[in-house]
Design a protein around this ligand. Structure first.
Ligand SMILES: Cc1ncc(COP(=O)(O)O)c(C=O)c1O
Length: 400
């Protein structure tokens, strides 16, 4: 029997979201190996997939995955600490650590699970966490779970982070600074070289979420490498769900830190291991990333062709935002591009701060150049007035 107060609650919430143009619904979307998708029955060219290297349908990954399913089945059967620790995880961890230049790595069930598990292992009530105001939701989730004292620094503002550390560091046992390496909704890069020096000088630990960096910047090795020599990021977290084309998350770090994760991270201990098939596919993806530099360079080059054609600031990653302001404007802009045959999902609060709803373009290696040019022509009329909006959005953020 339905519980009236519960349904009334849900109904009221949905009405509120509808009024603010903030309700989200799930649309059916079929991807069959190219950036073209069937979305709600319409064939569209998608600029909203994070499959930057189009590896999710690569023949080598499919073959590795099918062989693994044939041999090992579809599920891990238990958490890694019980019977779910398939030997493929050990191989994958060695490959990830090799690519990221760390002693060791730990694979988690997803990127979200990784961040939710890693941060509470490293910081507790006696510790300080500094977090970029635009950090991804799962870095916030891990931070909240840790119960550490949390201070927010303005987006990419090293001077602000320094002043917060100078004022507060001495009162805490440990300090952890967490940031995206590539910001998922803005496409810009964290100033990791300067953050790494700052952390060294305050004995703070630097942790990056490199979900959108691996495979596409820094020669495929991610944001810590794009930041250049002298950058030391001891905690490099990431996901297997974007350029790697599959699913799963990981942390690359020193051997003691990884050993600690494997005995303390609750999302590793109390969650069933990733299906081994995902490890097999990820290993095949890493081989491609390590051996095909021309492929890993493509998504950024495509994004830059787009920004250059429109006179926008040069893309720093395969992600290009176009801030339009209010949620209904983002919906309208997305619909207009849909009429031109493009799928560009509108991004609205709370994923981004209020007043900064946007279109988010994600470029992949397989996007045809002529379609990028056509997209730019379709986007041009939407840009009128947006520089002022982008400026206002920056001001709003400063005041957050
Ligand atoms: C920056 C960032 N971190 C973490 C995640 C979560 O990764 P996963 O999809 O593997 O849970 C995402 C994905 O949306 C992301 O964009």
């Amino acid at each position: 029997m339905p519980i009236r107060s519960l349904d009334d609650f849900a109904f009221g919430k949905l009405e509120e979201l509808d009024r603010a143009c903030l309700r989200r619904t799930l649309a059916e979307c079929r991807r069959e190996g190219s950036p073209w998708v069937t979305h709600e029955g319409r064939r569209l060219l998608s600029f909203s997939c994070n499959d930057y290297l189009n590896l999710s349908h690569h023949p080598a990954l499919k073959a590795a995955a099918m062989a693994a399913i044939g041999q090992y089945g579809v599920g891990a059967g238990a958490s890694r600490l019980v019977t779910g620790n398939h030997p493929l995880f050990c191989e994958l961890e060695a490959r990830l650590a090799g690519l990221k230049g760390t002693e060791a790595a730990c694979v988690f069930g997803s990127g979200y699970l990784a961040n939710s598990g890693i941060i509470p292992v490293l910081a507790g009530a006696q510790d300080l966490i500094l977090i970029d105001e635009l950090a991804h939701a799962c870095l916030w989730a891990g931070t909240k779970l840790s119960l550490a004292q949390t201070l927010v620094f303005r987006h990419n503002d090293v001077t602000h982070a320094r002043s917060l550390l100078a004022l507060n560091r001495a009162q805490f046992r440990h300090a952890l600074l967490v940031t995206d390496g590539v910001f998922s909704m803005d496409g810009d890069l964290a100033p990791l070289h300067d953050l790494s020096q700052l952390c060294t000088s305050f004995n703070a630990w630097l942790m990056t979420d490199d979900a959108h960096g691996l495979g596409v910047i820094g020669g495929g090795r991610g944001s810590a490498f794009a930041a250049g020599p002298g950058t030391h990021v001891p905690l490099q977290m990431g996901t297997l769900s974007k350029a790697i084309g599959g699913y799963g998350g990981y942390l690359c770090a020193s051997r003691p830190v990884i050993d600690l994760m494997k005995t303390r991270a609750r999302t590793l201990i109390y969650s069933t291991a990733l299906p081994p098939v995902m490890a097999a596919a990820a290993i095949a993806a890493l081989t491609i990333i390590e051996t095909e530099p021309e492929l890993t360079a493509k998504p950024l080059a495509k994004a830059r062709a787009f920004t250059s054609r429109l006179g926008l600031p040069e893309a720093q990653s395969p992600i290009v935002p176009l801030i339009v302001g209010e949620p209904e404007l983002a919906l309208q802009a997305s619909n207009r591009l849909g009429e031109e045959g493009f799928l560009v999902a509108p991004i609205r609060p709370p994923t981004v701060p209020a007043g900064t709803a946007r279109l988010r373009f994600a470029f992949t290696a397989m996007h045809p150049d002529e379609e990028i040019a056509r997209l730019a022509d379709a986007v041009r009329p939407l840009i009128a007035g947006t520089p002022a909006r982008q400026e206002r959005a920056r001001e709003t953020r400063k005041g957050m």
